[in-house]
Design a protein around this ligand. Structure first.
Ligand code: HAM
Length: 426
C-alpha cells in the first residue's frame, strides 16, 4: 500500500519537532536555567498549559496583540472558554492567589519552563509553539529585587557562554504616574488623529502607550514628538527607577535606558526591560523581557502585593548560541557495544547487557542479526568506548573479550569482571 502524505499528517505551521541530537542542547540550556535558579533560591512551579480565557484577557490585557489576535482559544466539551497559555505570568500569578501562597512568608520566588502558544507569523525565532524559561518573584516592592531578576537573566546568558547581551530598561511608573501620562498622551495623539495608522487609532483610548511602539512610519514620526513618561513620573516612581539603575551599575550589568520601551503586555508598572542580542538572519527581536507588575495579584483576587519577573525565549537563546558558535555538549557515546556470536551467546548476551546497564554503564547491542563487521561499524557510529565480544568459546569458559576502540588494545577477562574492567578505563 502506498502511503499518501496529506497536510493533515504534517507538523502544524510554526511548530517544531525537537529531534534526538538536538534535544541534548535543549536539555543543556534547561539544566543551566535550573542551576542558576537554585543559586538565587528560585523554585520550580508547573502550571497547566491551558487556562480559562478570561485569565489572559484580564491579566495580559484585552487591547494587546496577544489577546486580540494571537491566542489559541476554544470551547471545551463542558462549554468553557479555554486558551492555550500565550505566556507564563498570568497562570503563575493565578496559582499564587488560588493556593493562598500570599499568606506565607515573603518573598516567593518561582521559576518555570515550558511551551507557550501564540498565533504569530512564523519565522526563525518566532514560532506558534515556543518555549520560555521564566521567573517570578512576589511579595516585595524593593527595587533591588528588580535588579536581582535582571541580573539573574544575565547570569544565565553568561553561564551559557552567550556574549554581547544587552539590557534595555525603562520605567512605566506607578499607576498614578501612568494614569496622568495616559491623559497627556491621548491629548497629544488626538491632535494628530488624522495621520495615525488605523491600528494606532483603534488603540488611542484603549491603550495609548502602545502607540509609542507602532511599526507604522508616519505614526512613528508622530510618536517621536509625544511627551515622555519620564517627565510625568512622581517622586516614588523616579526613586524606584534610580535605585534599580544604581544596583545594575553596581552589579556591572550593561544596560541602556530606552524611554520608548513599552512592552506588549498590559500588566507592567515601574521597571520594564528586554534582553537583546544580534541574531543574523532572524528579525526576532528580544531574547527575553520582563518587568514589575504591582497590580496583577490584586487584580486576580489576591491582596495588594507586588511582583516582578521575566520570560526568556529558549528558541531564540539557541539561535543566538548557534550564531555565536558556542559549543554545546553533544550526545555522549556508549561505554560498551556488545557483539555476540552464536545462538546461545546471543541469548546470554541479553543478561550481560542488562548487568552493564544496571551497573550504570551505557550499553547497546545488535538486534538485526548483522554480521560481525557491520556490528563493529555500529559500535563506531554509536561512539562506543569499548566493544565486548561474546562467542561460543568465551561463553564456555565464562569469559569475554573486550577491545578498546581508541587504542585497539584487547583483553580476555572473566565475565563477572566486565563491569569493573570497563569502569576503570580512562
Ligand atoms: P514576552 O516579551 O511576551 O513576555 O515574551 C518573553 C520572550 O519570549 C520574548 O522576549 C521572546 O524571547 C520569547 N517569545 C515571545 N513570543 C515568541 C514566539 N512567538 N516565538 C519564539 N519566542 C517568543 C512575557 O511573556 C512575559 N510573561 C514575561 C514576564 C514574566 N514578565 C514578567 N514576568
Amino acid at each position: 500500500m502506498k502511503f499518501q502524505t496529506s497536510t493533515k499528517l504534517q507538523i502544524p505551521r510554526g511548530t517544531d519537532d525537537i529531534m534526538p541530537g538536538e534535544v541534548e542542547q535543549w536539555q543543556w540550556i534547561e539544566q543551566k536555567a535550573r542551576e542558576i535558579c537554585s543559586l538565587y533560591d528560585y523554585h520550580e512551579i508547573r502550571t497547566p498549559m491551558f487556562e480559562h480565557t478570561e485569565l489572559f484577557q484580564r491579566g495580559v490585557g484585552e487591547a494587546t496583540d496577544i489577546v486580540e489576535k494571537e491566542m489559541y482559544t476554544f470551547t471545551d466539551r463542558g462549554n468553557r472558554q479555554i486558551s492555550l497559555r500565550p505566556e507564563g505570568t498570568a497562570g503563575v500569578v493565578r496559582s499564587f492567589v488560588e493556593k493562598k501562597v500570599f499568606g506565607q512568608p515573603q518573598p516567593t520566588k518561582w521559576y518555570y519552563m515550558g511551551p507557550m502558544f501564540r498565533y504569530e507569523n512564523p519565522q526563525a525565532g518566532r514560532r506558534r509553539q515556543f518555549h520560555q524559561f521564566g521567573v517570578e518573584a512576589f511579595g516585595s516592592p524593593d527595587p533591588l529585587l528588580d535588579a536581582e531578576v535582571i541580573a539573574l537573566g544575565m547570569h544565565y546568558f553568561q553561564a551559557l557562554g552567550l556574549k554581547d547581551v544587552r539590557v534595555e530598561v525603562n520605567t512605566l511608573g506607578d499607576v498614578e504616574s501612568r494614569l496622568q501620562y495616559r491623559e497627556k498622551l491621548i491629548a497629544y495623539f488626538e491632535k494628530h488623529i488624522d495621520e495615525l495608522s488605523a491600528e494606532a487609532k483603534s488603540r488611542l483610548y484603549k491603550n495609548p502607550l502602545r502607540i509609542l511602539d507602532s511599526k507604522d512610519e508616519r505614526t512613528k514620526e508622530i510618536a517621536a514628538g509625544a511627551p515622555s513618561l519620564h517627565d510625568h513620573l512622581n517622586d516614588d516612581s523616579r526613586k524606584h527607577f534610580d535605585t534599580v539603575l544604581r544596583a545594575l551599575d553596581l552589579l556591572g550589568v550593561p544596560y541602556v535606558v530606552n524611554h520608548r520601551l513599552v512592552r506588549g503586555l498590559d500588566y507592567y508598572t515601574h521597571t520594564a526591560f528586554e534582553y537583546t542580542v544580534d541574531i543574523p538572519g532572524a528579525q526576532a527581536g528580544s531574547i527575553g523581557g520582563g518587568g514589575r507588575y504591582n497590580g496583577l495579584i490584586e487584580q486576580f483576587g489576591g491582596p495588594s502585593m507586588p511582583g516582578v519577573g521575566f520570560g526568556i525565549g529558549l528558541e531564540r537563546v539557541l539561535l543566538a548560541l548557534g550564531a555565536q558558535q558556542v559549543e554545546t555538549p553533544s550526545k555522549a557515546g556508549l561505554d560498551c557495544y556488545l557483539i555476540t556470536m552464536g545462538e546461545e551467546a546471543k541469548l546470554v548476551g541479553m543478561k550481560v547487557l542488562q548487568t552493564m546497564r544496571q551497573a550504570g554503564l551505557r550499553a547497546e547491542r545488535d538486534y538485526l542479526d548483522r554480521k560481525m563487521k557491520a556490528q563493529f561499524k555500529a559500535a563506531d557510529r554509536l561512539q562506543a568506548k569499548t566493544v565486548a565480544i561474546l562467542g561460543e568459546d568465551e561463553l564456555k569458559q565464562n569469559q569475554i573479550n573486550v577491545k578498546q576502540l581508541a587504542t585497539g588494545e584487547q583483553v580476555t577477562i572473566a565475565l563477572d569482571e566486565l563491569v569493573a574492567y570497563i569502569k576503570q578505563l580512562p
